[in-house]
Design a protein around this ligand. Structure first.
Ligand SMILES: COc1cccc([C@H]2O[C@H](CC(=O)N[C@@H](CC(=O)O)C(=O)O)C(=O)N(CC(C)(C)C)c3ccc(Cl)cc32)c1OC
Length: 340
């Protein structure tokens, strides 16, 4: 994009995007112009909100009002926050620059983003001590931190005129786009989260396999831990039909790539995690070459169905017959293997 035609604040915002989103930045920059601007700002605003939620050095009695009032900061020109110790604190320290560009967006984009932040900030306070007991609470937490992003983005796509009304209206399908990504991140990040005492795996799952979530990282409990891991992967796989429905409705090529690439990274990550004891010892990541191939080739529904089929077949072929959820996992992956 032509940086000379851009305001200096917007140039700064794209610089923050490059600093905070690594590989995803290129995908955002490929969006058609109007949407690119709104999504960049939305991404940075979400990054700022997420940084507040993640910062364990902010006292709870300060964090709760800050999360609930965060959406109002979008309309306070000088507001920024210098007390964060997080790695992405640059977006909080310079929030006045981001909010000034936010207020240059079309009013319809502003209201989608502000409403999304209001609901998300509230939801984060509900789960501040991250006690996730039931699968329903797991879905509720993931709705607040990720489903709302899927819903907000879908409204931006429709409001920009690039996508049909149904994309912005069907909130259940948009919600699933977030739940699939967030559940995959939570499953993948077990080891890094448990070290920081962040417990995102639902108790309704792990209680069947151990006395505590931490006990799953004890090598003596490895068989139970892997059975619990396989149960959560099976739950995440249930979102595949909605993900395929969502992507089949997208008409703009740049929006399709933007939406499809993270979903393909997620199914590839789930495949790496399934039945993999390394999840309890290190951060399981897909190989760089595989990620590049997914970014380059996730450009059509045919490619998506082929990738989904590929990774679901790999999982199917690795289901241990004695796994307590073997039957449920076979059913779940069959959604992704599809007919033929
Ligand atoms: C229709 O919905 C979407 C369509 C396209 C992309 C995303 C989604 O994808 C990235 C992809 C991304 O950010 N990937 C990282 C890799 C990583 O963080 O593991 C990256 O490549 O840097 C992601 O992960 N999240 C974060 C949440 C899941 C919490 C929403 C995210 C945060 C802000 C925005 Cl604007 C968008 C997304 C969507 O959101 C559901």
């Amino acid at each position: 994009c032509d940086l000379t035609l851009m305001s200096s604040d917007m140039r700064t915002c794209y610089e923050y995007l490059r600093l905070t989103s690594r590989s995803f930045c290129a995908v955002i920059m490929a969006l058609d112009e109007d949407l690119r601007y709104a999504v960049c700002i939305y991404y940075l605003v979400l990054r700022a909100l997420d940084t507040v939620e993640d910062d364990m050095t902010i006292p709870v009695d300060e964090k709760i009002p800050l999360l609930k009032a965060f959406h109002e900061k979008l309309y306070e020109p000088d507001w920024h926050y210098t007390q964060s110790k997080e790695k992405d604190r640059v977006v909080l320290e310079n929030f006045n620059i981001i909010s000034s560009e936010f207020r240059n967006l079309a009013p319809v984009f502003q209201s989608v983003i502000a409403d999304s932040c209001r609901e998300m900030g509230y939801g984060m306070t509900v789960f501040l001590d991250a006690k996730i007991d039931t699968y329903d609470q797991w879905d509720e937490y993931c709705h607040y931190v990720a489903g709302l992003v899927g819903i907000g983005l879908s409204k931006l796509f429709t409001a920009s005129g690039l996508e049909n009304t149904v994309v912005g209206q069907d909130e259940a399908i948009s919600n699933s786009m977030g739940l699939f990504l967030q559940k995959t991140n939570i499953i993948r990040d077990y080891y890094e989260d448990i070290l920081q005492k962040r417990l995102f795996w639902p108790k309704q799952a792990w209680i069947k396999y151990g006395n505590s979530l931490e006990s799953l990282k004890d090598p003596r409990n490895l068989n139970n831990a892997v059975a619990c891991l396989n149960e959560l992967v099976t739950d995440a796989l249930k979102h595949i039909p909605d993900v395929l429905t969502y992507l089949s409705r997208i008409r703009n090529q740049s929006v399709f790539n933007f939406c499809a690439i993270p979903q393909m990274m997620a199914i590839a990550t789930l495949e790496r995690c399934y039945n993999n004891p390394h999840v309890f010892r290190k951060n399981v990541k897909i190989r760089k070459g595989a990620a590049v191939r997914l970014m380059d080739q996730s450009t059509s529904m045919l490619a998506i169905r082929n990738f989904m089929n590929h990774f679901c077949t790999k999982i199917y072929n690795r289901i241990p017959p004695i796994d307590p959820n073997a039957g449920r996992t076979r059913t779940a992956v069959s959604y992704g293997i599809g007919p033929g």
